[in-house]
Design a protein around this ligand. Structure first.
Ligand SMILES: Cc1ncc(C[n+]2csc(CCOP(=O)(O)OP(=O)(O)O)c2C)c(N)n1
Ligand code: SF4
Ligand SMILES: [Mg+2]
Length: 334
């Protein structure tokens, strides 16, 4: 960071007052009085909803990057439902609701129509939850990547189908309790593998830009959205967004939980261009996965008296693999 004097990390945070300590050039979008307030107040998200926070930061950054020339297609899911109870809307962008499974295809159509009309200055974003992205909309998304359609797709990953009552998706982590993976039997919670990494799958399409982001690092999220808008063609950002209702976490702990996912290595933050990793955010203070897991009711059974310790070891192994794969400890404090 540049600035008139050395600014310590804890002095910046994500709040307006902290940002005043920084040079205007590096202040966050949210600290600006001119921000768009793309997802404005009055919506019906739960208290502490990571998805609402992530969407607001992402879209305000995109609006700044496009000078307000933007259309958004939104898959069915919490983000769509809590923001648009008919006839109200919390969106201050050109926004439309697609079906659950076809947001990438709808966005592709919008981009094609804009091109035909000679309006390529208007940029297109598609967004959806993990269910919409990694499961039901996955075929459409892969097609959008393969054709290199001029769309930025943003996935808000809360690791289950929250809108319909917390059912497992293929982004649900191992051992997590959901409505469809109850804590019964020899392997309580989610017994089905470890999900799929759509960021890595997106990279395998060699699209111009892929990134992961977290609501724990909101400035980094803003940067990645702005960076994505500098490219033409298909782009993908996967944002980790805690859901207090589905995760059984405290509504005041959303940022803390998101940060522990990053600092444990369970959610690596990286960027890739044309299929190659070009940047990653190293872990500042590594923590064991237990610190992340124990804040969430969906993992409470892992800490029960007769719990099998191999299940936490399995989750730690996933974190360790991420850390090694993305070289996340270089320059870390511990
Ligand atoms: C074809 C179809 N199947 C099922 C549904 C019901 N449905 C609506 S939203 C949703 C879950 C959304 O989950 P996700 O995409 O992860 O978003 P979240 O609510 O978690 O943010 C489901 C199953 C639907 N609308 N359409
Ligand atoms: S259920 Fe989760 S994702 Fe949905 S509004 Fe509540 S906190 Fe947000
Ligand atoms: Mg979800």
């Amino acid at each position: 960071m540049t600035g008139p004097r050395h600014i310590k990390f804890y002095q910046t945070g994500t709040f307006t007052v902290g940002n005043r300590l920084l040079d205007v050039a590096v202040q966050s979008v949210q600290s600006s009085l001119d921000r768009n307030n793309s997802l404005t107040s009055g919506h019906r998200a739960c208290q502490g909803c990571g998805e609402a926070l992530g969407a607001r930061y992402a879209l305000d950054s995109a609006m700044r990057a496009t000078q307000g020339q933007m259309v958004v297609a939104n898959a069915t899911g919490c983000l769509e439902v809590f923001s648009t109870p008919y006839p109200e809307s919390s969106w201050r962008v050109a926004w439309l609701h697609s079906l659950f499974g076809n947001a990438p295809a709808v966005a592709t159509g919008i981009a094609a129509a804009l091109k035909v009309k000679g309006r390529s200055n208007v940029r297109v974003i598609a967004q959806g939850g993990d269910g919409a992205t990694v499961d039901i909309g996955f075929g459409c998304l892969s097609g959008m990547f393969e054709r290199n359609d001029d769309v930025l797709y943003i996935c808000y990953d809360n690791e289950a189908y929250m809108n319909t009552g917390v059912q497992r998706s293929s982004a649900t982590p191992a051992a997590a309790r959901t409505a469809t993976t109850p804590t019964v039997g020899d392997e309580p919670g989610n017994v089905f593998g470890q999900g799929k990494s759509v960021p890595l799958i997106a990279m395998a399409h060699f699209i111009p830009y892929v990134a992961t982001a977290s609501v724990a690092e909101l400035r980094d999220l803003e940067y990645k959205v702005e960076r994505a808008m500098t490219f033409r063609g298909a782009r993908y950002i996967h944002v980790h967004v805690p859901c207090p209702l589905g995760w059984g976490s405290d509504t005041g702990d959303t940022i803390k939980v998101a940060r522990l996912a990053v600092e444990s290595g369970l959610f690596p933050l990286f960027e890739a261009e044309q299929g190659e990793v070009v940047g990653r955010r190293t872990i500042r203070r590594r923590v064991p996965v237990e610190e992340y897991l124990k804040l969430q009711g969906r993992f409470a059974h892992l800490f029960a008296k007769n719990a099998d310790p191999r299940r936490i070891a399995l989750i730690q192994a996933i974190a360790d693999r991420n850390i090694a794969r993305f070289n996340l400890l270089e320059g870390a404090d511990a």
